[in-house]
Ligand binder design. Structure first.
Ligand code: PLP
Length: 409
């Protein structure tokens, strides 16, 4: 029986929900919120959103839109002005030219990916995911009746997809490869040289399309240039959906505005899906996104520098803890750290840490730090820490994790 079913009320969820649950990240967040409400000094390093604020010029554009009466339905998948701003961004930052009918906007990058799967997948169609991956990917494939195929990206390979492993996973049922660079949860990003062999595999398999989730594009460190597949291999542009949004770069997670560029037949099919679910993204958010995408971009550099400094605090701190180790990620705001050295150890009350989830529960319940188990992202035993938090909180949290590890025997 599905975990959602209830014998009492007779409620029966749809079969497609059988293997889909509310995200573990949200569950841990809810426990942390409850503990905080009870007065516990919990530090939450689980969040997938920047702790910076939406830029003032984006807020002002939204206020102006409200006053100007832009409060009605808009064109289905983005106003002409928004699509022009998105086209400008793709051209300026990525060297990609998309016409208006090759661009779609929705309520977040998440909706764009959902629209793509709903528009293209039939039962049994396969989507290759580079594990560890953002938890929602697999559920979004399942909800569209597809089959997620995990290909493990080993830590020795920088958590990047190996071209040989990709080729071995492709079958006649493969519809999509989903790539995310920089990645949630590992922060791994691909250089041109690292991406090229993967694109060569795709060139050999013309029935496989590519979604490139570029949502962390602006959070890439140490001067590493960001590279997007449709630019690197123009021959793949006619089967690539390039996904992005304002959530992470502009700290606009709550505005719910994401977008994609791709072949116009795909974009039109995605618009049909959206037309029968949410219709247009919020008119006010569209106005704010135009300002974010077309306005000043210099503050992104300051934010990137702040994130890089935090990354280094967390990586250096974790690597100093006996039993925990991590690589220095190239981007995003996550560190994916192995806790293999702690598995099998015992807590003071005698319970055994037999998994990353057990370590996360122990950290939260006994040491007031909320992080997410790697198993949620398809690779164990790891923990994912989000460093979208103040330096003071990060330093305090590392101290607590260190004390928690030391207490284990
Ligand atoms: N893609 C990845 C890899 C993410 O981590 C997230 C959010 O955590 C999203 C997409 C969703 O972005 P949006 O807020 O635009 O829906």
């Amino acid at each position: 029986m599905s975990p959602l079913a209830s014998v009492d009320s007779g409620f029966r969820p749809a079969p497609r929900l059988r293997s889909i649950g509310v995200s573990e990240i949200l569950r841990i967040g809810a426990i942390a919120t409850r503990l905080k409400r009870e007065g516990r000094p919990v530090i939450v390093l689980g969040a997938g959103e920047p702790d910076f604020d939406t830029p003032d010029h984006a807020k002002a554009a939204a206020e102006q839109a409200i006053r100007a009466g832009q409060t009605k339905y808009t064109v289905l998948d983005g106003t002409a002005e928004l699509k022009a701003a998105i086209a400008g961004k793709f051209s300026r930052e990525n060297g990609l030219n998309y016409a208006a009918d090759e661009i779609t906007a929705g309520a977040g990058a998440k909706q764009i990916i959902h629209n793509a799967f709903m528009a293209t997948l039939s039962a049994g169609d396969e989507v290759i995911l580079a594990a560890p991956y953002w938890t929602s990917y697999a559920d979004m494939v399942l909800i569209a009746d597809g089959t997620p195929i995990n290909v493990t990206c080993r830590e020795e390979n920088g958590f990047r997809l190996d071209a040989g492993d990709l080729e071995a996973a492709i079958t006649p049922r493969t519809r999509w490869l989903l790539l995310n660079s920089p990645s949630n949860p590992t922060g791994a990003a691909y250089s041109e040289a690292q991406l090229r062999p993967i694109l060569e595999v795709l060139k050999r398999h013309p029935h496989v399309w590519l979604i490139s989730d570029d949502i962390y594009e602006h959070l890439i460190y140490d001067g590493l240039p960001f590279v997007t597949p449709a630019r690197l291999e123009p021959g793949l542009k006619n089967r690539t959906l390039t996904v992005n949004g304002v959530s992470k770069a502009y700290a606009m997670t709550g505005w719910r505005l994401g977008y994609g560029g791709g072949p116009k037949e795909l974009i039109a099919a995605m618009a049909v899906v959206q037309s029968q679910s949410t219709t247009n993204p919020s008119s006010i958010s569209q106005a704010a996104a135009i300002a974010a995408l077309s306005g000043p971009q210099d503050f992104l550099i300051e934010r990137r520098i702040a994130f890089q400094r935090r990354r280094d605090i967390v990586v250096d701190g974790l690597n100093a803890i006996n039993g925990i180790s991590c690589r220095r990620p190239e981007g995003a705001f996550y560190v994916f750290a192995s806790c293999a050295g702690l598995i099998g150890r015992h807590t003071a009350d005698g319970s055994v840490i037999d998994s990353d989830a057990a370590f996360c529960r122990y950290l939260l319940e006994r040491h007031n730090v909320a992080v997410v188990p790697g198993s949620c992202f398809g690779l164990a035993p790891y923990i994912r820490l989000s460093y979208a938090a103040s330096e003071a909180n990060l330093i305090e949290a590392i101290g607590r994790i260190s004390a928690a590890a030391m207490e284990l025997s």
